[in-house]
Write a protein that binds this ligand. Structure first.
Ligand code: FES
Length: 314
């Protein structure tokens, strides 16, 4: 799998509990370019790959910036970055990938960021600002002290709607807010699951392809069935049973079959596999509604089969 070897040039606090990593390649190395919304996956020495949005300038060809919030229930990744990682350390990363691309020809943009969800959004805001595009940002936080990029964001004046729960004394009413957003506006949202789900619910009747999400945690699927099913590997004809509470990826690994993967959470698309027959039950955070409905491809690290059998291009 393609990898970049990057040196941690600097770790800078961006807010309480948020640190920005300045990652550099070898001297004079030009790093792969990226577009707003892109992320890289850090392959940490503790064996926990984690995806982080690139929040620096895409035109800075010699460095990447990622902002990392210390998770309250860290599974190891953010805790390692905050407590162990130091300037001078070397990290392996993926090249930039983008599951959250900006539609460049949109009439207007409404960005909605919750907490550290600002990291993919800030590059989109800068992109719009540099091109004189119509945009607005809703930035929701528990407290002002946790707000990364706040001083930069405040320079955008009334294009920005800031809400701090502790100052307001209540949560923000996303549903009412969205009723005031024009129907042809493209909405981009990144933040905690509760915010994303509220935006998803409030925008269900909007134009197809106009609401975009970047998930960084695996979503619970209400009503999902965790039953056993059969995977047919089209190239060999082998049939493998996937047990309840086992992923397709795990079932393949148990049979000694190697397939590409990285995040194992339906977030990176490394394990995307073509579906030749059967019906997938999608649990990833990458495919668009149209791609889900088409059922031609699936992320085998999390998604399962809604049919008794599913045939994959493996
Ligand atoms: S391994 Fe990342 S989506 Fe499956």
């Amino acid at each position: 799998m393609e990898e970049l070897k990057l040196r941690v040039a600097k770790l800078s606090p961006a807010a309480e509990g948020v640190v920005v990593l300045d990652l550099r390649g070898e001297a004079n190395q030009v790093l792969p370019s990226f577009q707003p919304g892109a992320h890289i996956e850090l392959r940490l020495p503790i064996g926990v790959p984690r995806c982080y949005s690139l929040c620096g300038e895409p035109t800075d060809g010699d460095r990447y910036h990622v902002a990392v919030a210390l998770a309250e229930q860290s599974r190891g990744g953010s805790s390692y970055i905050h407590r162990t990682l130091a300037a001078g350390d070397t990290l392996l990363t993926s090249p930039p990938r983008n599951n959250f691309p900006l539609v460049e020809e949109a009439a207007s943009y409404q960005f909605i960021a919750g907490g550290i969800g600002i990291t993919p959004i800030i590059t989109m805001v800068r992109w719009c600002e540099q091109r004189g595009r119509a945009w607005r940002l809703l930035y929701l936080l528990r407290s002002r002290r946790n707000a990364a990029f706040l001083s930069e964001i405040e320079t955008f004046g009334d294009k920005v709607n800031l809400h701090f729960d502790d100052e307001a004394g209540h949560l923000f009413d996303v549903e009412s807010f969205l009723r005031g957003v024009r129907s042809d506006t493209h909405i981009y949202c990144c933040g905690p699951s509760a915010l994303m789900e509220a935006v998803e619910k409030s925008t269900a009747d909007r134009l197809p392809g106009h609401v975009h999400f970047e998930w960084f945690t695996q979503r619970d699927i209400a009503g999902a069935r965790n039953e056993s099913f059969t995977v047919v590997l089209a190239r060999s004809g082998r049939e493998i049973t996937v047990a309840p509470n086992q992923s397709i990826l795990e079932a393949l690994e148990a049979e000694g079959i190697n397939v590409s993967f990285s995040c194992r959470e339906g977030l990176c698309a490394t394990c995307e596999t073509a579906v030749l027959a059967g019906t997938p039950e999608h649990r990833d955070q990458i495919l668009t509604p149209a791609e889900r409905d088409a059922g031609k491809t699936m992320m085998i690290c999390v998604s399962r089969a809604a049919s008794d059998s599913i045939t994959l291009d493996l």
